[in-house]
Design a binder for this molecule. Structure first.
Ligand SMILES: [Zn+2]
Length: 76
């Protein structure tokens, strides 16, 4: 698939580190499945992965976490 941002690069499957800030909590997720443009480096996520990350970040914020680095887990 062609990148919709730069319209030149090819978007390829890979993994990326994602940082999310939620209600005062900063969470870094490593090894998140993503598609990455080889030209401009834009990262694209599937909707369900983004929703899962958001859910995990909100749960961590509610648990009082301020900063956390974790590996992305599919079923969490
Ligand atoms: Zn691009």
């Amino acid at each position: 698939m062609k990148c919709p941002i730069c319209k030149h690069g090819e978007v390829k499957p890979g993994t990326a580190s994602i940082t999310l800030e939620r209600q005062g909590a900063t969470l870094v997720f490593r090894n998140v499945p993503a598609r990455i443009c080889e030209n401009c480096g834009e990262i694209f996520h599937d909707g369900e992965i983004a929703a899962s990350l958001l859910k995990q970040a909100e749960a961590a914020a509610r648990a009082g976490v301020e900063f956390d680095v974790r590996r992305y887990a599919e079923a969490a």
